[in-house]
Design a protein around this ligand. Structure first.
Ligand SMILES: Cc1cc2nc3c(=O)[nH]c(=O)nc-3n(C[C@H](O)[C@H](O)[C@H](O)COP(=O)(O)OP(=O)(O)OC[C@H]3O[C@@H](n4cnc5c(N)ncnc54)[C@H](O)[C@@H]3O)c2cc1C
Length: 278
């Protein structure tokens, strides 16, 4: 059996933003949102183009415009801002939670790199995930929940289990058993890698749900890391982005709320009280 030290097989979570509008050019990515001015003034196509590349408005004005749209709930325009990010060091089990975001196309063939350019944009989330049918898991890394570290004996059993699973993968593959069958012996902790393309509106929605205290630790960690990256790239588009309580000022979790912000029920009660008094 391969008794490699735990650290060499430990997956380390990493996120990388691979694409966003005008990446690698001199054009400020947030200017894309200025196209929404079309809704409020009679702009022709040349004027729309110059909005992206001209000196005016200033960076500060662009920021004010975007934050104004977000504050007034005019979020549809954010669906035009498409982005692609890659993740590694994430467990296969938590990747199933990503799949719950429904408007989604899944590409599982390995090696297919699909970048969703704005011209292809639609209100969706697209995902590519490394296949366990085609990529042999004979040297896999795995994720260890931090809670295991408080229980050394349990952790030791877990590490042993992963080593046993790795040994089985190698044996199965060397016997010529197809990888798609050998993978049945893998655990949920096996590292997966994926690429997701989505738009800023959906990303903000996922931050609302997944940066919440109630979210599972691994998906929360991933979305917190992404939030940090996206705030650097587009601070106005991701203005106030984060868990629902910080973004919306209320908690949609009802009785499960952690208590940081009022729940919808509490707000409704307060509203009814106020109405009674007027
Ligand atoms: C803390 C937490 C706990 C959870 N616990 C559970 C659990 O115990 N069991 C469980 O099964 N799931 C659970 N989930 C998953 C959850 O139920 C959702 O499936 C997941 O968060 C996807 O979010 P969404 O529903 O907003 O869908 P998304 O696909 O992200 O959709 C975005 C938005 O588009 C709209 N939309 C999308 N599809 C439709 C449609 N078909 N019709 C109308 N509007 C649509 C909705 O407004 C939706 O909010 C949990 C999620 C969280 C964050």
């Amino acid at each position: 059996m391969d008794h490699r030290p735990e650290s060499s097989s430990q997956a380390k979570l990493k996120v990388k933003v691979l694409y966003y509008p005008f990446m690698g050019t001199d054009i400020d990515t947030e200017r894309l949102i200025l196209l929404a001015r079309l809704c409020y003034s009679p702009m022709d196509t040349d004027q729309l183009e110059s909005v992206l590349t001209g000196d005016k408005p200033s960076k500060e004005e662009v920021g004010r415009f975007i934050r104004g749209l977000i504050k007034s709930g005019h979020l549809g325009v954010l669906e035009h801002w498409y982005t692609t990010f890659a993740v590694e060091g994430y467990s296969r089990i938590s990747s199933q939670q990503n799949d719950r975001h429904r408007l989604m196309k899944v590409f599982k063939e390995p090696g297919v790199m699909y970048f969703n350019e704005p011209v292809q944009a639609s209100a969706d989330v697209s995902q590519l995930q490394q296949s366990q049918r085609y990529v042999k898991e004979d040297n896999f890394r795995y994720v260890t929940p931090p809670s295991f570290r408080k229980h050394p004996e349990f952790l030791q059993r877990y590490v042993k289990l992963q080593e046993e699973v790795l040994d089985m993968q190698r044996q199965g593959l060397s016997l010529g058993i197809p990888a798609e069958d050998v993978r049945f012996a893998l655990t949920n902790a096996t590292e997966t890698r994926f690429v997701i393309t989505t738009n800023a509106r959906q990303l903000r929605h996922m931050f609302n749900l997944r940066c919440c205290q109630r979210a599972q630790w691994e998906i929360r960690q991933m979305f917190n890391m992404l939030l940090e990256e996206y705030k650097k790239i587009a601070p106005n588009i991701f203005y106030n982005a984060g868990p629902s309580c910080e973004d919306l000022g209320y908690c949609p979790e009802g009785k499960m709320s952690c208590g940081r912000a009022p729940t919808i029920e509490e707000l409704k009660r307060a509203y009814k009280e106020r109405k009674k008094q007027t």
